[in-house]
Design a binder for this molecule. Structure first.
Ligand code: NAP
Ligand code: ZN
Length: 332
């Protein structure tokens, strides 16, 4: 292991927000490392390659969904990189049949679930693409954003996921409406590629951009009202809910009926699309804005994510080699 990004999902699961956490818990599903050993039957990767692992370390690979390349929607259930259940025999795990993530010095993974890191991507910035990047790329592709047609794509929540969405949507040639609760994020959003900016808590600001978005990707990580964003959708537009928010929404179906609007969800992406996303990022020089931390700063990083909001739209990334070399860091 060289680097591991810190996703807000690590906090949700580590803090048992989804009421399904098995402890002891080890977070991290944006893993980046160098192959140090391969099994006898491995052909996809070799010793010395740089590879990444995202949110999935196993799936049945046999159902129609897996065969479509959507291992993330495996009909028999995927095995998550952390807090996952070993079911299909392709992952190492502890005695409680639980998977542990990338806040770790090493990781063992089946070759299918290891993604090649393309030449040219700076290693210290590539890790977050394995979750934050693919989670935004996959719905853009699914809803027609990779077909050469210019769209207007709204991105709600300018944290780790949202800012990657801004960059990827822009690189694909779309107009991007960055939508935030914080007026202070306008300059940052525009610097990352947003063409327009909406303060979601300001009705005037929302009104100016009504009927503009063909697609909205909503990365809000806490309880919120999805109705607030529906006026921004154009006719036939879709808002895709990405945050792991457990609170329910109350929705009037009339705005959906009268303008064929839709509310959908999306979960990361399959292995082939994850590779495609990394390759796209390498081609267009897209990297998340990262702040490197050491392992002993993880509590602080989680406090930033779960507190008042990630002020600068950056991803915290654990520098694992540096953490392990730091003599003051004594893992408990
Ligand atoms: P993050 O860096 O903390 O960003 C979340 C952003 O949401 C914040 O920067 C803030 O943006 C906005 N926000 C926070 N609280 C809000 C509230 N009460 N009302 C409105 N907006 C609020 O988190 P992340 O790592 O990007 O993850 C975002 C969410 O996606 C998390 O729930 C995570 O678990 C989930 N996730 C889902 C998938 C998937 O496959 N679907 C994959 C990875 C992560 P502004 O300050 O700009 O308003
Ligand atoms: Zn994640």
């Amino acid at each position: 292991m060289l680097y591991c990004g810190v996703c807000h999902s690590d906090c949700h699961v580590g803090l048992n927000d989804l009421h399904s956490t098995k402890y002891p818990f080890v977070g991290g599903h944006e893993l980046l490392g160098k192959v140090v050993e391969v099994g006898a039957k491995v052909t996809k990767h070799k010793v010395g390659d740089h590879v990444g692992v995202g949110c999935i370390v196993d799936a049945c690979l046999d159902c129609p969904t897996c065969k479509d390349g959507d291992e993330n929607y495996c009909m028999k259930g995927l095995t998550g990189t952390y807090n996952g259940t070993r079911k299909y025999g392709r992952v190492a795990g502890n005695q409680e049949n639980n998977t542990w993530g990338g806040y770790s010095g090493s990781h063992v993974v089946n070759e299918h679930f290891a993604i090649k890191i393309p030449e040219g991507l700076p290693l210290e910035k590539a890790a977050p693409i394995l979750c934050a990047g693919i989670t935004l790329y996959d719905p853009i592709k699914h809803w027609g954003g990779c077909e050469g047609k210019k769209m207007t794509i709204g991105i709600v929540g300018l944290g780790g996921l949202g800012t990657m969405g801004v960059k990827i949507a822009r690189a694909l040639g779309h107009d991007v409406v960055a939508i935030s609760t914080s007026a202070k994020k306008e300059a940052m959003a525009k610097e990352k590629g947003a063409t327009h900016f909406v303060v979601s808590t300001d009705p005037e600001s929302v009104k100016k951009m009504e009927w503009t978005c063909d697609l909205i990707l909503n990365t809000v990580s806490a309880k919120h009202d999805v109705n607030a964003y529906l006026p921004l959708l154009n006719k036939s537009g879709t808002i895709v809910q990405l945050g792991l928010v457990t609170e329910t929404h109350t929705i009037s179906q009339l705005p959906l009926v009268f303008h064929r609007k839709a509310i959908a969800g999306s979960c990361i992406g399959g292995i082939a699309n994850t590779q495609e996303c990394l390759d796209l990022c390498a081609k267009h020089n897209i990297t998340p804005d990262c702040q490197m931390i050491e392992a002993n700063q993880i509590d602080w990083a989680w406090e930033q994510l779960t507190g008042s909001g990630n002020a600068d739209g950056i991803r915290y990334v654990i520098d694992i080699k540096k953490s392990l070399a730091n003599e003051s860091f004594v893992p408990k």
